[in-house]
Design a protein around this ligand. Structure first.
Ligand SMILES: Nc1ncnc2c1ncn2[C@@H]1O[C@H](COP(=O)(O)OP(=O)(O)O)[C@@H](O)[C@H]1O
Ligand SMILES: [Mg+2]
Length: 273
């Protein structure tokens, strides 16, 4: 499990500034009787690529909603860029970029209109926004798409535009919630390696949610989320070693399979078949 100490809920603002880029301590969130997140501790450091690996329903999107301040946890604390998201969400969001699970690009607008609108929401001057937009689109090979109506772009390029939008204000932290869902394997690999490189080049801290084990294999650290609980948080090699499994896929399955022995009747049934 994660051995790094989490920043205590009562830390001073100065303590928080020296801590990880993203930090959650004892986070709980329920929807009625469903406990979507149960005492989650996590941290993401500068330059670190953390894969949040979990099946559908594990709680990944709920965690992202809390980290990005859309909802407030029932219990526990979250800090982003040293700012407590309960007390000072505006400060936290200043350095946060996010790509949501569902596409949030207005398909009827030219790419540049969407990106300028978002930059405006973040208080960026138009000239600065234009420059940053073209830098980010250019790096993603989309210079010629700035004037294109989003609907005309491929699924992969729409996702790339969302990524460019999330990076325009130079965040220190990037949250991506299943960013490759519905994309073909080539585009998936390309997006993953692009974001992976950003960690080294810009010291960006990344939390990449996925249910695909292969996307977690190259992560600095894998956090396995299962039924709202973190059941493992370690580099991939350490997870393999600890689980005594030859692949991350096998290790992942061993972590999320029920650990209780089968009922006596089930064992007899299997023996008889
Ligand atoms: N708005 C909601 N209302 C009720 N239950 C929800 C809501 N959002 C998520 N859940 C439940 O919380 C759990 C975690 O869901 P989610 O965070 O979407 O998981 P993931 O993103 O890993 O697929 C699931 O059991 C889901 O059904
Ligand atoms: Mg989800």
């Amino acid at each position: 499990m994660d051995s790094k100490p989490v920043v205590p809920a009562a830390a001073s603002d100065e303590d928080l500034k020296r801590g990880p880029l993203v930090c959650a301590a004892g986070v709980v969130k329920s929807y009625g009787p469903v406990k979507a997140l149960d005492r989650i501790d996590l941290h993401v450091d500068a330059g670190e690529f953390v894969a949040l690996l979990g099946l559908n329903g594990a709680g990944k999107s709920t965690l992202f909603q809390l980290l990005s301040g859309l909802f407030v946890p029932d219990a526990g604390s979250i800090t982003v860029n040293g700012a407590d998201m309960r007390r000072n969400p505006v400060e936290g969001l200043r350095g946060l970029g996010i790509v949501f699970q569902d596409a949030t690009l207005d398909l009827d607008l030219p790419v540049s209109t969407s990106l300028h609108f978002h930059a405006g929401l973040r208080g960026m001057a138009r000239a600065v926004a234009s420059e940053r937009m073209m830098q980010e689109l250019g790096r993603l090979g989309l210079t010629d798409s700035a004037g294109t109506i989003a609907r005309k772009l491929s699924g992969g390029n729409r996702r790339r535009v969302e990524l460019a939008r999330a990076l325009m204000h130079d965040p220190t932290v990037l949250l991506l919630d299943e960013p490759t869902a519905g994309l073909d394997p080539m585009v998936r690999r390309d997006l993953l390696s692009y974001v992976r490189k950003l960690c080294g080049e810009r010291g960006l801290g990344v939390l990449w949610a996925t249910h695909l084990v292969e996307e977690a294999e190259g992560a600095d650290r894998v956090m396995v989320l299962h039924r709202g609980r973190v059941v493992e948080s370690a580099p991939p090699a350490a997870i393999l070693q600890k689980a005594g499994k030859p692949s991350l896929s096998d290790a992942f399955l061993s972590l999320i399979e029920p650990r209780t022995p089968p009922a006596a009747g089930a064992a007899v049934e299997r023996a008889a078949s």
